[in-house]
Design a protein around this ligand. Sequence first.
Ligand code: RIB
Ligand code: CA
Length: 312
Amino acid sequence: MPKKVILDVDPGIDDAMALCMALFDPDLDVIAVTAVGGNCPADKATRNVQAIIEQIDPPRWPRIGAASPPDHRLPVDGRYLHGDDGLGDVKFEVAELRTRHPSEKVISDAVRSAPNSVTIIALGPLTNLARVFQRDPELSSLVGQIVISGGTVKGPGNITPAAEFNIYCDPEAAREVFRSPSTKTLVPLDLTNQIVLSYDLFNRLPEESTKVGKFLRKILPPAFRAYRQQFGLEGIHVHDSIALCAAVNPELFAFREMAADVETMGELTAGMTVFDRRRVPAWRHNMEVAIEMEEKKVVAELIRRLGGEPVE
Ligand code: RIB
Ligand code: CA
Protein backbone atom coordinates (compact mmCIF):
# COMPACT_ATOMS: atom_id res chain seq x y z
CA MET A 1 0.00 0.00 0.00
CA PRO A 2 1.66 3.31 -1.06
CA LYS A 3 2.51 5.62 1.86
CA LYS A 4 0.23 8.68 1.97
CA VAL A 5 2.37 11.82 2.14
CA ILE A 6 1.98 15.58 1.98
CA LEU A 7 5.04 17.61 1.00
CA ASP A 8 5.09 21.11 2.50
CA VAL A 9 7.72 23.01 0.54
CA ASP A 10 9.30 26.43 -0.06
CA PRO A 11 10.80 25.77 -3.53
CA GLY A 12 13.77 26.32 -3.44
CA ILE A 13 16.05 24.16 -5.56
CA ASP A 14 16.57 21.42 -2.99
CA ASP A 15 12.82 21.30 -2.39
CA ALA A 16 12.38 20.87 -6.15
CA MET A 17 14.82 17.94 -6.15
CA ALA A 18 12.88 16.31 -3.31
CA LEU A 19 9.66 16.73 -5.30
CA CYS A 20 11.27 15.05 -8.33
CA MET A 21 12.15 12.10 -6.05
CA ALA A 22 8.73 11.84 -4.41
CA LEU A 23 6.31 12.42 -7.30
CA PHE A 24 7.56 9.45 -9.34
CA ASP A 25 7.93 7.04 -6.41
CA PRO A 26 5.42 4.14 -6.73
CA ASP A 27 5.72 3.57 -2.97
CA LEU A 28 4.42 7.09 -2.24
CA ASP A 29 0.90 8.48 -2.68
CA VAL A 30 1.66 12.23 -2.73
CA ILE A 31 -1.84 13.46 -1.92
CA ALA A 32 -0.82 17.12 -1.77
CA VAL A 33 2.07 19.50 -2.28
CA THR A 34 1.53 22.62 -0.17
CA ALA A 35 3.54 25.79 -0.66
CA VAL A 36 5.00 27.86 2.15
CA GLY A 37 7.07 31.04 1.96
CA GLY A 38 10.75 30.70 2.85
CA ASN A 39 13.40 30.47 0.14
CA CYS A 40 11.15 32.86 -1.75
CA PRO A 41 8.01 34.86 -0.82
CA ALA A 42 4.71 32.99 -0.43
CA ASP A 43 3.25 33.90 -3.84
CA LYS A 44 6.42 32.77 -5.65
CA ALA A 45 6.51 29.54 -3.63
CA THR A 46 2.97 28.75 -4.78
CA ARG A 47 3.86 29.58 -8.38
CA ASN A 48 6.99 27.41 -8.15
CA VAL A 49 5.06 24.40 -6.86
CA GLN A 50 2.83 24.59 -9.91
CA ALA A 51 5.78 25.24 -12.22
CA ILE A 52 7.62 22.16 -10.93
CA ILE A 53 4.57 19.91 -11.33
CA GLU A 54 3.90 21.23 -14.83
CA GLN A 55 7.56 20.81 -15.84
CA ILE A 56 8.04 17.23 -14.57
CA ASP A 57 4.44 16.06 -15.23
CA PRO A 58 4.27 13.19 -12.70
CA PRO A 59 1.96 10.20 -13.31
CA ARG A 60 -0.43 11.45 -10.59
CA TRP A 61 -0.81 15.20 -10.07
CA PRO A 62 -1.21 16.09 -6.36
CA ARG A 63 -3.52 18.75 -4.94
CA ILE A 64 -1.69 22.09 -4.63
CA GLY A 65 -1.87 24.31 -1.56
CA ALA A 66 -1.30 28.04 -1.89
CA ALA A 67 1.03 29.75 0.56
CA SER A 68 0.25 32.95 2.39
CA PRO A 69 2.77 35.14 4.24
CA PRO A 70 3.57 34.13 7.85
CA ASP A 71 2.30 36.25 10.76
CA HIS A 72 5.73 36.64 12.39
CA ARG A 73 8.30 36.49 9.62
CA LEU A 74 11.86 37.39 10.51
CA PRO A 75 13.72 39.39 7.83
CA VAL A 76 15.28 36.64 5.75
CA ASP A 77 16.14 36.16 2.13
CA GLY A 78 16.85 32.89 0.31
CA ARG A 79 17.76 34.57 -2.98
CA TYR A 80 21.51 34.14 -2.34
CA LEU A 81 21.11 30.40 -3.01
CA HIS A 82 17.86 30.01 -4.92
CA GLY A 83 17.70 33.18 -7.05
CA ASP A 84 15.02 35.88 -7.17
CA ASP A 85 12.31 33.49 -8.36
CA GLY A 86 13.36 30.65 -6.01
CA LEU A 87 14.25 28.25 -8.86
CA GLY A 88 17.58 29.61 -10.03
CA ASP A 89 15.94 32.43 -12.07
CA VAL A 90 15.18 29.98 -14.86
CA LYS A 91 11.83 31.79 -15.26
CA PHE A 92 9.55 28.81 -15.99
CA GLU A 93 6.23 29.54 -17.71
CA VAL A 94 3.21 28.63 -15.56
CA ALA A 95 -0.47 28.25 -16.45
CA GLU A 96 -2.51 30.51 -14.15
CA LEU A 97 -3.85 28.75 -11.03
CA ARG A 98 -7.61 28.54 -11.37
CA THR A 99 -8.70 28.26 -7.72
CA ARG A 100 -6.19 28.75 -4.94
CA HIS A 101 -6.79 26.46 -1.97
CA PRO A 102 -4.88 27.72 1.12
CA SER A 103 -2.14 25.28 2.14
CA GLU A 104 -3.46 24.95 5.69
CA LYS A 105 -6.93 23.96 4.40
CA VAL A 106 -5.46 21.41 1.97
CA ILE A 107 -3.42 19.88 4.81
CA SER A 108 -6.36 19.85 7.23
CA ASP A 109 -8.74 18.24 4.71
CA ALA A 110 -6.16 15.63 3.68
CA VAL A 111 -5.37 14.60 7.27
CA ARG A 112 -9.05 14.45 8.24
CA SER A 113 -9.78 12.29 5.19
CA ALA A 114 -7.19 9.73 6.34
CA PRO A 115 -6.70 10.01 10.12
CA ASN A 116 -3.42 8.68 11.56
CA SER A 117 -2.16 7.58 8.14
CA VAL A 118 -0.71 10.70 6.51
CA THR A 119 2.98 11.58 6.78
CA ILE A 120 3.68 15.29 6.43
CA ILE A 121 7.18 15.97 5.11
CA ALA A 122 7.94 19.59 6.05
CA LEU A 123 10.78 20.94 3.91
CA GLY A 124 10.32 24.65 4.61
CA PRO A 125 9.29 26.94 7.49
CA LEU A 126 6.55 25.47 9.68
CA THR A 127 4.06 28.32 9.10
CA ASN A 128 1.37 26.13 7.49
CA LEU A 129 1.54 23.37 10.09
CA ALA A 130 1.34 25.84 12.97
CA ARG A 131 -1.73 27.44 11.41
CA VAL A 132 -3.41 24.07 10.98
CA PHE A 133 -2.76 23.18 14.64
CA GLN A 134 -3.89 26.60 15.90
CA ARG A 135 -7.19 26.38 13.97
CA ASP A 136 -7.83 22.71 14.64
CA PRO A 137 -5.86 21.57 17.74
CA GLU A 138 -7.17 18.00 17.49
CA LEU A 139 -5.44 17.64 14.13
CA SER A 140 -1.92 17.34 15.57
CA SER A 141 -2.97 14.02 17.07
CA LEU A 142 -4.48 12.85 13.78
CA VAL A 143 -1.30 13.25 11.68
CA GLY A 144 0.56 9.96 11.28
CA GLN A 145 4.04 11.50 11.43
CA ILE A 146 5.74 14.82 10.70
CA VAL A 147 9.24 14.69 9.23
CA ILE A 148 10.94 18.10 9.50
CA SER A 149 13.94 19.29 7.51
CA GLY A 150 15.67 21.82 9.74
CA GLY A 151 17.17 22.83 13.07
CA THR A 152 20.59 22.09 14.49
CA VAL A 153 21.46 19.98 17.55
CA LYS A 154 25.13 20.82 18.15
CA GLY A 155 26.32 22.42 14.94
CA PRO A 156 26.11 26.07 13.82
CA GLY A 157 23.15 27.50 12.00
CA ASN A 158 23.20 28.42 8.32
CA ILE A 159 21.24 31.67 8.29
CA THR A 160 22.65 32.97 11.61
CA PRO A 161 25.38 31.50 13.81
CA ALA A 162 22.62 29.98 15.97
CA ALA A 163 19.70 29.23 13.64
CA GLU A 164 18.88 27.03 10.68
CA PHE A 165 16.92 28.71 7.85
CA ASN A 166 13.51 26.93 8.07
CA ILE A 167 13.20 27.44 11.82
CA TYR A 168 14.55 31.00 11.66
CA CYS A 169 11.97 32.08 9.05
CA ASP A 170 9.10 31.52 11.49
CA PRO A 171 10.30 30.62 15.02
CA GLU A 172 6.84 30.99 16.60
CA ALA A 173 5.42 28.49 14.13
CA ALA A 174 8.28 26.08 14.78
CA ARG A 175 7.72 26.32 18.55
CA GLU A 176 3.99 25.63 18.03
CA VAL A 177 4.78 22.47 16.05
CA PHE A 178 7.59 21.33 18.38
CA ARG A 179 5.23 21.67 21.38
CA SER A 180 2.31 19.92 19.66
CA PRO A 181 1.45 16.31 20.60
CA SER A 182 2.22 15.18 17.02
CA THR A 183 4.73 12.41 16.25
CA LYS A 184 7.78 14.24 14.96
CA THR A 185 11.08 13.34 13.33
CA LEU A 186 13.69 16.08 12.89
CA VAL A 187 16.43 15.86 10.23
CA PRO A 188 18.87 18.59 11.32
CA LEU A 189 21.71 20.41 9.57
CA ASP A 190 24.19 18.44 11.70
CA LEU A 191 23.31 15.52 9.44
CA THR A 192 22.28 17.10 6.12
CA ASN A 193 25.45 19.19 5.93
CA GLN A 194 27.46 15.95 5.74
CA ILE A 195 26.48 15.36 2.10
CA VAL A 196 27.78 17.61 -0.68
CA LEU A 197 26.88 16.44 -4.20
CA SER A 198 29.67 17.23 -6.67
CA TYR A 199 29.43 18.00 -10.39
CA ASP A 200 29.46 14.22 -10.95
CA LEU A 201 25.73 14.50 -10.19
CA PHE A 202 25.24 15.67 -13.79
CA ASN A 203 26.53 12.28 -15.00
CA ARG A 204 23.98 10.54 -12.76
CA LEU A 205 20.85 12.48 -13.69
CA PRO A 206 18.00 10.95 -15.72
CA GLU A 207 18.43 11.36 -19.49
CA GLU A 208 17.94 14.92 -20.77
CA SER A 209 15.16 13.49 -22.94
CA THR A 210 13.13 12.89 -19.76
CA LYS A 211 11.13 15.72 -18.22
CA VAL A 212 12.86 15.34 -14.83
CA GLY A 213 16.28 15.17 -16.50
CA LYS A 214 15.57 18.31 -18.53
CA PHE A 215 14.15 20.16 -15.48
CA LEU A 216 17.07 19.29 -13.19
CA ARG A 217 19.62 20.35 -15.83
CA LYS A 218 17.95 23.78 -15.80
CA ILE A 219 17.78 24.39 -12.04
CA LEU A 220 20.99 22.70 -10.84
CA PRO A 221 23.63 24.84 -12.63
CA PRO A 222 22.48 28.04 -10.83
CA ALA A 223 22.63 26.12 -7.53
CA PHE A 224 26.22 24.97 -8.17
CA ARG A 225 27.19 28.55 -9.13
CA ALA A 226 25.58 29.96 -5.98
CA TYR A 227 27.31 27.44 -3.70
CA ARG A 228 30.69 28.22 -5.28
CA GLN A 229 30.17 31.97 -5.01
CA GLN A 230 28.68 31.98 -1.50
CA PHE A 231 30.68 29.24 0.18
CA GLY A 232 33.56 28.36 -2.14
CA LEU A 233 32.03 24.86 -2.29
CA GLU A 234 32.52 22.72 -5.43
CA GLY A 235 29.16 21.06 -4.86
CA ILE A 236 25.70 21.55 -3.35
CA HIS A 237 23.84 20.58 -0.21
CA VAL A 238 20.56 18.72 -0.67
CA HIS A 239 19.01 19.11 2.78
CA ASP A 240 15.42 18.40 1.71
CA SER A 241 16.24 15.32 -0.38
CA ILE A 242 17.95 13.82 2.67
CA ALA A 243 14.94 14.62 4.86
CA LEU A 244 12.67 12.92 2.30
CA CYS A 245 15.02 9.93 2.33
CA ALA A 246 14.77 9.76 6.14
CA ALA A 247 10.97 9.57 5.74
CA VAL A 248 10.96 6.85 3.07
CA ASN A 249 14.17 4.93 3.91
CA PRO A 250 14.41 5.23 7.73
CA GLU A 251 16.49 2.03 7.79
CA LEU A 252 19.42 4.10 6.45
CA PHE A 253 19.34 6.39 9.48
CA ALA A 254 19.80 6.21 13.26
CA PHE A 255 17.43 8.22 15.43
CA ARG A 256 17.46 9.35 19.06
CA GLU A 257 14.48 10.45 21.19
CA MET A 258 15.15 14.03 22.30
CA ALA A 259 13.48 17.04 23.93
CA ALA A 260 13.59 20.21 21.85
CA ASP A 261 12.16 23.70 21.83
CA VAL A 262 12.69 26.87 19.81
CA GLU A 263 14.10 30.26 20.89
CA THR A 264 11.69 32.92 19.62
CA MET A 265 12.95 36.10 21.31
CA GLY A 266 16.76 36.10 21.35
CA GLU A 267 18.48 39.04 19.64
CA LEU A 268 21.28 36.68 18.55
CA THR A 269 19.53 33.34 18.99
CA ALA A 270 16.04 33.76 17.49
CA GLY A 271 15.20 30.57 15.59
CA MET A 272 17.72 28.46 17.48
CA THR A 273 16.59 24.90 18.23
CA VAL A 274 17.43 24.14 21.85
CA PHE A 275 17.78 20.52 23.05
CA ASP A 276 17.79 19.35 26.66
CA ARG A 277 20.96 17.24 26.55
CA ARG A 278 21.63 17.40 30.30
CA ARG A 279 22.65 14.14 31.96
CA VAL A 280 19.24 14.17 33.65
CA PRO A 281 16.97 16.05 31.21
CA ALA A 282 14.01 17.92 32.72
CA TRP A 283 12.18 18.43 29.42
CA ARG A 284 9.97 15.61 28.11
CA HIS A 285 11.07 13.94 24.88
CA ASN A 286 8.93 15.37 22.04
CA MET A 287 10.61 14.08 18.88
CA GLU A 288 13.08 11.65 17.40
CA VAL A 289 16.13 13.25 15.81
CA ALA A 290 18.15 11.73 12.95
CA ILE A 291 21.69 11.55 14.34
CA GLU A 292 23.47 9.27 11.86
CA MET A 293 23.03 7.99 8.31
CA GLU A 294 24.68 5.56 5.91
CA GLU A 295 25.93 8.36 3.63
CA LYS A 296 26.87 6.28 0.56
CA LYS A 297 23.54 4.43 0.61
CA VAL A 298 21.61 7.70 1.09
CA VAL A 299 23.37 9.28 -1.91
CA ALA A 300 22.66 6.14 -3.95
CA GLU A 301 18.99 6.32 -2.91
CA LEU A 302 18.75 10.02 -3.86
CA ILE A 303 20.10 9.29 -7.33
CA ARG A 304 17.94 6.18 -7.75
CA ARG A 305 14.80 8.01 -6.66
CA LEU A 306 15.60 10.82 -9.13
CA GLY A 307 15.49 8.14 -11.81
CA GLY A 308 19.21 8.51 -12.43
CA GLU A 309 22.13 6.19 -13.06
CA PRO A 310 23.06 3.93 -10.11
CA VAL A 311 26.08 5.10 -8.15
CA GLU A 312 28.87 2.40 -8.06
O1 RIB B 1 18.40 25.07 5.94
C1 RIB B 1 18.05 24.34 4.78
C2 RIB B 1 16.59 24.46 4.51
O2 RIB B 1 16.25 25.83 4.28
C3 RIB B 1 16.14 23.72 3.23
O3 RIB B 1 14.82 23.30 3.39
C4 RIB B 1 16.22 24.79 2.18
O4 RIB B 1 15.33 24.54 1.09
C5 RIB B 1 15.76 25.99 2.95
O5 RIB B 1 14.32 25.97 2.97
CA1 CA C 1 13.17 23.93 1.75
